[in-house]
Ligand binder design. Structure first.
Ligand code: PEP
Ligand code: MN
Length: 347
């Protein structure tokens, strides 16, 4: 871990169990007086205030002498508010009643891209029947080649919104450009940041300012620390509903599309309170690997998964080789139910 070498310091002010609102307000006011930011996290047992500001000024005040303050601890990690130091309890993201995190497991499935109403509805109907709780499907597809299918854009979002009505399930879709955030958030229940955009700080800040939960994929070559810093960009702007997604990283291995870094799941669990899910489809890039990678993700303690399911993968405009069939998804869900019960996850 690198420590913060700039002038900014972050301090976690842990309030006593019986501290009241006036005690919290008093600390927050004082922080504002000295030009520092205050981020409040109300936990089940106590409130924690994250202070961010100039190191010299912030460290001078005797925080532990304030009424209701139990202790003040500096955070040395570069990411502050997404760290377990700041919040010990797991974040539970509420997507219109569907809970993700805190041992609530979220199966997310659907086509990689929305291609037509028939294709989307066939996939949605099948995944909902098999037990998916969130639908995936993209309207904007940033592709490696500029000549490949780029998505149906707003029409795709309209179809996803229709599928939500028809099958009673929220959906996640990617926003590729900061200029599209308003459009996508007008339709989608969760906005996804793709791997190629994990370090697009303009996009991250924009997503931090709107109210939809964000599904943040790990960058192709990002370290866990860089990934958590990306999450911090969103959190710091005020949006605390962030779900991380491990989707495989670039390694020297060519047998798979990417290498699923399964260690990231328990490592993130230790470092951060945010939920983490796994994308076995984009990790392996192969249909035959989806089931084993999903099972290992559940066993590693992931809070959910996101899987490409296509009614006719051989006709898919995007990522056909990694899409599984609806029947394969249903069989996999039986394994997932068994594993979730072993892991103590509520499905
Ligand atoms: C996707 O989930 O469809 C996608 C494009 O994934 P990634 O950004 O991880 O490549
Ligand atoms: Mn894809």
């Amino acid at each position: 871990m690198t420590t913060n070498t700039q002038g900014d310091e972050s301090l976690i002010i842990v309030m006593q169990k019986d501290a009241d609102a006036a005690d919290v307000d008093h600390v927050v006011e004082r922080l504002h007086d000295i030009g520092a930011e205050a981020h409040i996290s109300v936990g089940r047992f106590r409130t924690v205030i994250g202070a961010l500001g100039d190191r010299q000024v912030i460290q001078q005040l005797p925080w532990e002498a304030f009424p209701g303050v139990e202790r003040a601890v500096p955070v040395l990690k570069p990411f502050k508010f997404v760290s377990r130091d700041f919040q010990q309890e797991d974040t539970v993201v509420d997507v219109g009643g569907t809970l993700i995190g805190g041992r609530r497991f979220a199966p997310i499935a659907g086509p990689c891209a929305v291609e037509s109403r028939e294709q989307l509805f066939a996939s949605a109907e099948a995944v909902v029947k098999a037990g998916a709780r969130v639908l995936r499907g993209d309207a904007f597809k940033p592709r490696t080649s500029p000549y490949s299918f780029q998505g149906l854009e707003e029409k795709g979002l309209e179809l996803l919104a229709e599928a939500r009505e028809e099958f009673g399930i929220p959906f996640v879709a990617e926003a590729v450009d900061p200029r599209d955030v308003e459009l996508v958030s007008g339709y989608a229940d969760i906005i996804r940041v793709g791997t190629r955009n994990m370090a697009n700080f303009t996009l991250l800040s924009e997503l931090g300012k709107q109210s939809r939960p964000v599904l943040l994929k790990r960058g192709l070559t990002a370290t866990i620390e860089e990934w958590l810093n990306a999450a911090e960009y969103i959190y710091k702007e005020g949006n605390h509903d962030i779900i991380l997604c491990e989707r495989g990283i670039r390694t020297f291995e060519t047998a798979t599309r990417n290498t699923l870094d399964i260690s990231a799941v328990p490592v993130i669990k230790g470092l951060s309170h945010l939920p983490i899910i796994v994308d076995p489809s984009h990790s392996g890039g192969r249909r035959d690997l989806v089931a084993p990678l999903t099972r290992i993700a559940v066993a590693a303690g992931a809070d959910g998964f996101m899987i490409d399911v296509h009614p006719a993968p051989e006709t898919a405009l995007v990522d056909g080789a990694q899409a599984i069939l609806p029947a394969e998804f249903a069989t996999l869900m039986d394994d997932v139910r068994a594993l979730c019960s072993v892991m103590g996850f509520e499905l």
